[in-house]
Design a protein around this ligand. Structure first.
Ligand code: SF4
Ligand code: SF4
Length: 447
């Protein structure tokens, strides 16, 4: 079986990950959380609490406005001190529920046997697990934040669940640390995912720079006749892209425009498997997540925080910026979103959502684009098999129809093209914008 995919790059030497994966997970407890009713791009909820309400940790505070959303729960116990409106892109008004913690110390997150040993899951049916995914507000923790139950309500016959533990983005180590410290919960969660899907087996897919985590999990599953296999893949970005993972592990291609379920595959991030175990076996909805805080901050590490923890507070807890001019990125350096350039950490707005894998602070570098020299490097590394420079020209000309013909919608926004471009062209950014425009036009023409 081959273990590679088309294109890709080695964007870093691994020392970036050492900044944050040498210390145990730390728990951070904020006094205030600001929980957005938009926890991922396609998921908008309506707040069902109001200013002055008292909430307990785990209470439901937001319900989806339409299909494609996931429940939102209070991540700390306390008083709702505000429900304010934030206007974001596409003129959407998004509610932010602000909760101030009670004076008394919140107890530790409850844990259970599922963190210590493999449990007998025979009492849990497919329907029961899917219902708990829905109630518990489970979404993908690795990227797009798609509600997990929707993937499992598929009518397709599923043969494999791929657990994406590649964590191929430079700097991010939260999945790695989760596997080292919560391996039993993860394996129990994976077994629940196998039951919910009816799949023959799950493959836990890691890059070969996480051998220690692979060994920890291998020890748990060895000699037990479980439908789980550990798959070690070469460290190569974007190994964790859904299509790339399917190609590298199963040697199959997901047809353009279709979901992996169309070929019998469901893919979940390893953090999602752990969160499912918390929901089903720990009776705790998705209210916290592990976040890598790294780069140019004083005290890099992985922090377990309630959803809604303010960026400013978490950067403050990690000692603040150490660069002269800081660029703050939510996520990793390749696919993350730039939150702020310059200024102090106190000026950061926004808070941790279910999909925030990291807060990365880099020294800001000026990038001056120069004309394309037709070297072909962007085409060589593109894992989607596109010709980024051609789409870029079309995007600059605002020729969206040509971008569509050049398959811009197949772009996975991995950033490989921009990374290798000697002319420092912002290819990934413009192609991603063109892709959004194509989907917008398609949606409008279907109205
Ligand atoms: S065109 Fe898209 S998929 Fe291809 S390298 Fe650039 S960002 Fe990645
Ligand atoms: S890598 Fe940059 S310079 Fe080379 S073909 Fe692509 S856009 Fe042009």
């Amino acid at each position: 079986m081959k273990h590679y995919f088309h294109g890709g790059i080695h964007p870093a030497d691994g020392t970036d990950k050492l900044l944050s994966n040498q210390k145990p997970i730390r728990i951070y407890r904020p006094k205030i959380v600001e929980i957005s009713m938009k926890q991922s791009p396609g998921s908008v909820c309506e707040a069902i609490v109001k200013k002055g309400d008292r909430v307990s940790r785990g209470d439901l505070i937001g319900e989806p406005k339409r299909f494609g959303g996931a429940n939102i729960h209070a991540s700390i116990s306390g008083m709702v001190i505000d429900v304010r409106i934030d206007s974001v892109s596409f003129s959407q008004d998004i509610e932010i529920v602000v909760i101030e913690a009670d004076d008394k110390e919140e107890p530790e997150y409850p844990t259970g046997d599922y963190e210590e040993r493999l449990l007998d899951l025979s009492d849990y049916s497919k329907d029961m697990i899917i219902a708990k995914m829905k109630d518990g507000g489970l979404t993908g923790l690795g990227g797009a934040g798609f509600p997990t139950y929707i993937k499992y309500e598929t009518k397709e016959k599923i043969s494999h669940v791929l657990i994406n533990a590649a964590e191929c983005e430079p700097y991010l180590t939260c999945d790695h640390m989760l596997m080292l410290e919560h391996s039993y919960a993860i394996i129990n969660g994976v077994l629940l995912l196998v039951k919910a899907s009816g799949a023959e087996k799950a493959l836990i897919c890691l890059e070969d720079n996480k051998q220690d985590a692979a060994q920890v999990m291998e020890r748990i599953i060895s000699d037990k006749d479980l439908p789980i296999e550990i798959k070690i893949l070469p460290t190569r970005y974007p190994q964790g892209g859904e299509r790339q993972l399917v190609e590298a592990t199963l040697g199959m291609e997901v047809p353009a425009g279709q979901l992996p379920a169309s070929i019998g595959v469901i893919i979940n991030n390893v953090g999602t498997a752990k969160a499912l175990a918390d929901i089903v076996l720990g009776d705790r909805p998705l209210i916290s997540r592990l976040v890598t805080v790294t780069g140019k901050v004083k005290d890099q590490g992985n922090y377990l925080v309630p959803i809604g923890t303010r960026y400013s507070e978490l950067i403050g807890a990690s000692g603040g910026f150490t660069a002269d001019i800081s660029r703050v990125i939510e996520g990793g350096p390749m696919t993350g979103t730039c939150l702020q350039i310059g200024g102090s950490h106190e000026e950061l707005t926004g808070s941790i959502s279910k999909v925030t894998s990291g807060l990365l602070v880099l020294e800001d570098e000026q990038k001056d684009e120069t004309p394309c020299i037709r070297c072909g490097e962007c085409e060589r590394v593109c894992p989607a098999g596109l010709a980024p420079f051609k789409i870029d020209f079309a995007a600059i000309e605002n020729d969206i129809s040509l971008c569509d013909k050049l398959y811009a919608t197949e772009c996975i926004s991995c950033g490989c093209c921009s990374y290798v471009c000697p002319a420092k062209r912002e290819l990934a950014y413009r192609i991603t914008e063109a892709k959004k425009e194509i989907f917008k036009l398609r949606w409008e023409s279907n109205k």
